[in-house]
Write a protein of this length. Structure first.
Lengths: 445, 245
């Protein structure tokens, strides 16, 4: 049966923008990617990274290519097709005491997507990004060849592919070591933090003892309370702390339709943020927690993106350099609180830069927040945020970006030259491209 | 359970094989691309199937491969408890009308050769004292309908054959299960607009496995299609001519 691309209309997690293109969905990724411009997994990037640049570009939906090819119990080395989801991997291996070395904030992502975005998690300050742990990739490169790359074989291509947004080659297979964990339960401690200095101090202070940390911010608090929130720390529970039984697989709820736009407004967001902060009655809480609610709290609601209504929403994530007085993060939050209203806001201290050529994290404080799209205001708002990042010497996460202008992005990213050189070598005609690469990297239509 | 599956590298067959692997069944894979069956075998082993999961070449377009493939399965598993057929070819009505070669292959694979394969499987299961033969037909075979005339006609023949088989051999210990999937979101239907009650392969697989355990002679998956097809079967011809379902 030939693989005929069919016309489709795609959008990603932010439900903005939408793009028309051709799609192929097949178990056989090697064949499906032959004519493709881009691969797309579960579509959890927020903006236009997984969208076709033009109507006749073929995008491959990789989710049917989800076989585990090998798993070596003693070493934990796992090799799988790129469409395998983290959800499925956790369902199979968490009970058996194995977990991915790095996990993002949702399990609805594919391994290919985890490499292309070079995802980071609550353990970034210790373990770096997912790409640090990948030991091998099989790619379909632009000229149609299938290339295996790793630190030893085509290392440049390997480094460019990690965090390369799928623009260097179609990721067919991923190999990395799973990590043995003492129990599948989490020991968690959370603490209310009254302001930004306390929060950043708390993150830095916990970094030495705790393998996993993250902070939730009430991003609408201003003045003395600016940056208040809840600091969450965790580690795998030891055998004598954890319940005897493995955690039960949790189901999730679905929202049946997009909420009306007006439901999420400045007041309801404010109320949510205050309640979330106040719900944490005690200053410190600790105990055993289910791994899903620790790693993937939002996964309890299958399609929470519909809360933002039909207009869609954008997420903005940047990393700002460390400073003794926490000035950059403070100024960023002040600007944000004065103009925007965000529903959820997350703060995390990042460890050293990884091997991914244009990977997002660098040492500093990363702040991520999402906000509903406003036709007239959002572009100007993102521009102002970007100008500030640029001024502070920060950096932007492509996976979350929808609105950044190319001049801003290029000014932030001196590393683009090296990335461009790898793309010129492996894809001189720029066959591989996305709506985002056309917007930001100067790919032509 | 010792089970041989034809067509388990993709779609609903893959989902069903994974469920069986998860409960520790002994699995043997039959398929026409050795590299694909090998990859699926590795996947099933990690998901809990008894090691090793072995494979053999079996191509629905080449009936001469059937005997040998089933012999290998029987030998490796040490006897067969169940044979599952999810393999088949597909094309939309427009594609098949335009391309007679393709239509020929679809008719041959989905009817004549599937029946020949089932005959070989039936003999072996009966010789071993009985067992289960579970074959995927389709709701397309329930009524002559405009969007699935050619594909549906082959599936209609297959459904009738399976019903007859069940009537004749159930007393002798052979349970025949005819699975009639409605629209299920797989690679086969990618690009077609899903109607209401479209199912997911994993959900279908759970129902089919239950039917295999119970020995139900015929099931619709997802379950709503039983009632949808009940209505469709009752519609008079002049209505069927008008509608495009």
């Amino acid at each position: 049966m030939p693989l005929e691309p069919y016309p489709t209309r795609l959008t990603a997690w932010g439900r903005y923008p939408h793009a028309d293109g051709l799609e192929v969905k097949a178990e056989d990724l090697a064949q499906g990617t032959l004519r493709a411009a881009l691969c797309r997994g579960l579509g959890r990037s927020y903006g236009d990274s997984s969208l076709p640049a033009v109507e006749d570009d073929v995008v491959v939906d990789t989710t049917l290519a989800d076989r585990i090819l090998s798993f070596d119990e003693p070493t934990g080395i796992l090799r799988a097709e790129a469409g395998l989801s983290l959800l499925e991997l956790n369902r199979l291996l968490l009970r058996r005491g194995w977990f991915t070395p790095v996990s993002p904030g949702t399990q609805h992502v594919t391994l290919g997507g985890m490499v292309a975005s070079d995802v980071h998690g609550k353990n970034h300050h210790v373990d770096g990004c997912f790409g640090e742990h990948v030991t091998g990739l099989r790619l379909r490169v632009a000229d149609g060849r299938i290339v295996d790359c790793s630190d030893h074989n085509e290392p440049e291509l390997f480094r460019a592919t990690i965090g390369g947004m799928g623009l260097t080659g179609h990721i067919l297979e991923v190999e990395f070591p799973m990590r043995k964990i003492p129990t599948p339960w989490i020991w968690r401690e959370s603490k209310r933090m009254p302001h930004l200095d306390a929060m950043i101090g708390g993150l830095k202070g916990a970094a030495g003892e705790w393998p996993m940390t993250v902070g939730w911010l009430d991003c609408l608090a201003r003045g003395k309370r600016l940056g208040r929130g809840i600091l969450i720390k965790g580690r795998w529970a030891t055998a004598d702390e954890a319940p005897r039984k493995p955690p039960r697989f949790k189901g999730s709820l679905r929202i049946p339709f997009a909420f009306p736009n007006f439901l999420l407004n400045r007041f309801s967001m404010k109320a949510f943020n205050v309640l979330y902060y106040r719900k944490h009655f005690k200053r410190i809480k600790c105990g055993i927690e289910h791994p899903r609610s620790f790693f993937y709290p939002l996964d309890a609601l299958d399609n929470w993106n519909l809360i933002y209504g039909r207009r869609g929403f954008a997420q903005y994530q940047c990393v700002l350099p460390h400073a003794d007085d926490n000035g950059p993060a403070r100024r960023f939050l002040e600007l944000f609180a004065s103009e925007g209203a965000a529903f959820l806001c997350v703060i995390k201290d990042c460890g050293p830069e990884g091997k991914g050529m244009i990977s997002f994290p660098r040492p500093g404080i990363s702040i991520a927040m999402d906000f509903p799209i406003h036709k007239k205001k959002t572009q100007g708002f993102v521009d102002r945020l970007n100008e500030m990042i640029l001024h502070e010497g920060g950096r932007l996460y492509l996976t979350k970006d929808t609105f950044t202008r190319p001049e801003h992005f290029r000014a932030m990213e001196p590393r683009l030259e090296a990335f461009g050189a790898v793309r010129r070598k492996w894809d001189p005609q720029r066959k591989l491209r996305s709506a985002q690469s056309v917007r930001l990297l100067g790919d032509t239509i | 359970m010792n089970v041989a599956l034809l067509g388990a590298t993709k779609g609903m067959g893959r989902a069903l094989a994974r469920l069986m692997a998860g409960r520790g069944d002994r699995i043997f894979l039959l398929g026409h691309v050795p590299e694909e069956t090998e990859r699926s075998a590795g996947d099933l082993e990690i998901r809990g199937a008894q090691r090793p999961v072995k494979t053999a070449l079996c191509d629905l377009l080449r009936p001469e491969t059937f005997c040998n493939a089933l012999d290998r399965a029987e030998e490796e598993l040490g006897g067969l408890d169940a044979v599952v057929v999810t393999a088949g070819l597909f094309g939309t009505q427009e594609q098949l009308e335009e391309d007679p070669d393709w239509a020929g292959r679809v008719l041959l694979a989905n009817y004549a050769n599937t029946v020949l394969f089932c005959e070989e499987a039936r003999k072996r299961l009966l010789a071993g004292g009985g067992g289960t033969l579970c074959v995927f037909s389709s709701v397309a075979g329930d009524r002559g309908r405009k969007p699935v005339i050619l594909y549906g006609s082959a599936k209609a023949g297959l459904s009738h054959y399976l019903e007859g088989l069940d009537h004749k051999f159930r007393a002798a210990g052979l349970t025949t299960i005819c699975v009639k999937p409605g629209f299920v979101k797989t690679g086969m239907t990618a690009g077609l607009k899903p109607p209401p009650f479209a199912g997911e392969p994993a959900g279908v697989a759970r129902r089919v496995l239950k039917a295999i355990d119970r020995g139900s002679p015929m099931i619709y998956v997802p379950w709503q299609w039983r009632w949808v097809m009940c209505i469709i079967r009752c519609l008079p011809r002049f209505v069927m001519r008008k509608i495009n379902f």
